[in-house]
Ligand binder design. Structure first.
Ligand code: GLN
Length: 547
């Protein structure tokens, strides 16, 4: 029978529940278990696709085209759990399903209520993942215990232990044990209160994972255990990791979290094998060099907006034994101060995806700078579209070239709406989404990176390169090295004469893993490493000449 682990959070948000859940998944997989990961989000939006990155961070896209919470990115980077639409439910989706059933007459005669109709729908969403090919389903409940919004989810997971047997469900509660400088000590009271709220709902956590800046003494763990009714060995410290998120699973293993879960749920687990993970951390800790990449975005100050991109750069760094220092450059700052001042210190430039006109001209200038100065460049989605605008304006000579997303009446719409988008009016879930295949030109840089002529990558866009401009671009030296199988859509554009200039209409960052960096990121960071090497050699030569 499939067992269930539920992960809740208390005290404050942003405790890293996603990372902790992903780490638990990874540890159980490394003990030979078959794991499925899932996140339930209490907000009413049907999916995060229509939310601003300021509200929600990055929207993570799956192969099947679902737009999901960024925690699913952690799940994919840490585990092999296949993720589909069923891996992320929101209150909005749950209510939508129940209301549609009500309209179809499926509850005829009954009053439709939160309990049992909404909670049944939530339980159904969780149980959907449990089949004979799965040992454990790990379900993370978004939000913080005590929020009104999360109550139906907590009620549903409480009921599940009644339906399935208490021995088949394990409740992990993540809390904060803050250090109060004035008192000079760690405080356990917020944890006691948060567990108190959970117990009021009828959930007794089996394991407490306590996020803390400082080591928690045995006395404090005993105190937490006593007040929260949890045995001492199940009060686990999770110290802040300022070095890397990939250390989290190892710190949980130090406190035997995997043993605890395996024993409590009586799972058919083997011994833990963490060799490849330790090797990854060893590489991270011992880089042979450091390079720097500028990520030129609209939300430069907002870390979560480009989460998967930063991770993918790190993965490529692990591959090359290189520390990749990431500079978050605001594209509007480039408009004010110019690219020379803001970009010349970097070894490569990456322009990520995005929506909306703000900062577009800064991105175009950044790309021009990278092209003219022969800096390695990777453009992603909107980044590719800006590369087309830049090349159209400054190389092909199409004055005023633009995307119709930003300038409807541009004389040269080098980027225009996809045909399939022309009659779309709804905003949610209506873009060209999810995995689509592409064919790569033999001998191109893209094909050399992938070592394959057929690829599949995830998309999230409404606009495309306008085929009417293909000939002119080709004539001026741009190569369309990746196209859709029927040849109509441009998926990759590259400049053969440039040291490394590749831009893609899809999102390679979603498929990069710490143990298997994405080929395009490997290629891009590799080119930046080469440039860095030549730059330092040149600097050394100059020093010698001067002395
Ligand atoms: N705004 C552009 C489009 O819709 C790019 C989207 C993106 O970068 N994800 O096509």
């Amino acid at each position: 029978m499939t067992k269930h682990v539920f992960v809740t959070g208390g005290v404050v948000s942003s405790l890293g529940k996603g990372l902790t859940s992903a780490s638990i998944g990874m540890l159980l997989e490394q003990r030979g278990l078959r794991v499925r990961m899932q996140k339930l989000d209490p907000y009413i939006n049907v999916d995060p696709g229509t939310m601003s990155p300021y509200q929600h961070g990055e929207v993570y896209v799956l192969d099947d085209g679902s737009e999901t919470d960024l925690d699913l990115g952690h799940y994919e980077r840490f585990t092999h759990s296949p993720l589909t639409r069923d891996a992320n439910y929101t209150t909005g989706q749950i209510y939508l399903a129940v209301i549609e059933k009500e309209r179809r007459g499926e509850f005829l005669g009954k009053t439709v209520q939160v309990i049992p109709h909404i909670t049944n729908e939530i339980k159904h969403a969780i149980r959907k993942l449990a089949d004979s090919s799965v040992d454990v389903v790990i379900t993370e409940i978004g939000g913080t215990v005590g929020d009104i919004e999360s109550l139906p989810f907590l009620e549903a997971i409480r009921q599940l232990s009644l339906d399935l047997g208490r021995e088949n469900c394990l409740y992990v509660h993540l809390t904060l044990v803050p250090y109060l400088k004035a008192a000079g000590e760690l405080k356990t009271k917020p944890t006691q209160h948060s567990v108190g709220r959970l117990r009021e709902i009828g959930i007794q956590p089996d394991v407490l994972i306590c996020r803390t800046e400082r080591p928690i003494s045995r006395e404090d763990r005993e105190k937490i255990g006593l007040f929260c009714n949890v045995p001492l060995q199940a009060v686990i410290e999770e110290r802040d990791k300022d070095f890397s998120i990939y250390e989290v699973p190892l710190s949980l293993v130090e406190h035997q979290l995997d043993d605890l879960i395996v024993q409590k749920l009586q799972l058919p687990a083997g011994p833990l094998d963490l060799n490849h993970w330790r090797e990854l951390l060893r590489r991270l800790r011992n880089p042979e060099r450091e390079i720097s990449i500028a990520v030129v975005g609209k939300y430069a100050e907002h870390f979560d907006a480009y989460k998967s991109i930063y991770e993918a750069l790190d993965h490529a760094g692990i591959h090359h034994r290189t520390q990749v220092r990431i500079g978050r450059v605001l594209s509007e700052a480039i408009e004010r101060e110019g690219p020379e001042r803001l970009l010349s210190g970097y070894d490569g430039v990456l322009v990520p995806g995005g929506f909306g006109e703000r900062g577009i001209e800064g991105k175009v200038e950044a790309i021009r700078f990278a092209r003219e100065r022969e800096m390695p460049f990777l453009g992603i989605c909107l980044g590719m579209q800006c590369a087309a605008i830049e090349f159209g304006r400054h190389v092909v000579g199409l004055a005023g070239a633009h995307s119709t997303e930003f300038h409807k009446d541009t004389p040269h719409p080098v980027i225009c709406l996809l045909d399939e988008q022309r009659n779309v009016t709804d905003k949610g879930g209506t873009m060209r989404l999810g995995a689509h295949p592409a064919h790569l030109a033999p001998g191109s840089r893209a094909q050399t990176c992938y070592q394959s002529e057929r690829i599949s990558e995830r998309h999230r866009h409404r606009y495309e390169f306008n085929a009417a401009y293909r000939q002119q671009f080709l004539a001026h030296g741009m190569a369309f090295s990746g196209v859709s199988p029927d040849g109509t859509l441009v998926e990759i554009m590259e400049l053969p004469g440039h040291p490394w200039f590749v831009s893609v209409q899809f999102h390679p960052e979603f498929k990069s893993k710490p143990t298997a960096a994405h080929p395009l990121f490997v290629g891009f960071v590799g080119a930046a490493v080469t440039r860095h090497g030549t730059r330092s050699e040149r600097a050394q030569e100059q020093e010698i000449e001067v002395s």
